[in-house]
Design a protein around this ligand. Sequence first.
Ligand code: GUN
Length: 282
Amino acid sequence: MAKIIDGKAISAQIRAEISEDVIAFEREHGFAPSLTVIIVGEDPASQVYVRNKEKACIQVGIRSDIIRLPAETEEAQLLSVIEKLNNDPDVNGILVQLPLPKHINEKNVICKIDPKKDVDAFGYENTGRIMAGDYDFLPCTPAGVMELLHRSGIDVCGKDCVVIGRSNIVGKPMAMLLMHDNGTVTVCHSKTADLASHTRRADILVSSVGKPDFITADMIKEGAVIIDVGINRLENGKLTGDVDFEGCFEKASAVTPVPGGVGPMTVTMLLKNTLTAAKKQN
Ligand code: GUN
């Protein structure tokens, strides 16, 4: 039977540590670290994510500002808002909520953010620094997964790690971070032939697919660590991950639940990056 990796509890512990650091920062500098989030348009899921980020900032004492722009905003206008924030010493972290409306080029926007304020670490300078293993910020979801592993006493060194998904936000940086920890990493994706032959070899399996019950017990190794990055909403409104939790629970040695696993860690890592940004700028 698996141990459940409690992302909510680990997240609460890290947020308490961040709160203490924020107090110390404020005592030294006379102001708290600050995060500005830009949201363009009315995407309901994005609205919820942005509100959660704001609540989390308030919880740990980080100043939070949200700039809401209409869906018709031109790319040039958005770039000019970012430019202003780049030059504002009162702003330590900048995050543009994705996805953006189709007429805006995402790459131009994420690369416009000053790399020192790029708390998502999606810009190409930070992406390159992660590849080189010389970074200040890590993308929040993969960083959250690494914290879950470290704080659960799971050693990655020498393990067979399989990542499913190759996005710039999760899969690719996830593979890089597992490699930095000396894991032997395989990245699988929608074109992978015989996916189960890879997943069955995984000591650590990270799934970022976006399909409920995609990972079943017959696809995992006895004693594997299963990290579920999927967030899927079922027709009954319930949230679920990629993993058949009940089935895999019997066979795995550790598994993250959804909700309450990787999810809470993502926002916590954003708080950590904002604090790091403020420290580096001051
Ligand atoms: N949309 C969904 N997840 C994220 C995230 O981590 N950062 C940003 N900027 N947008 C997102």
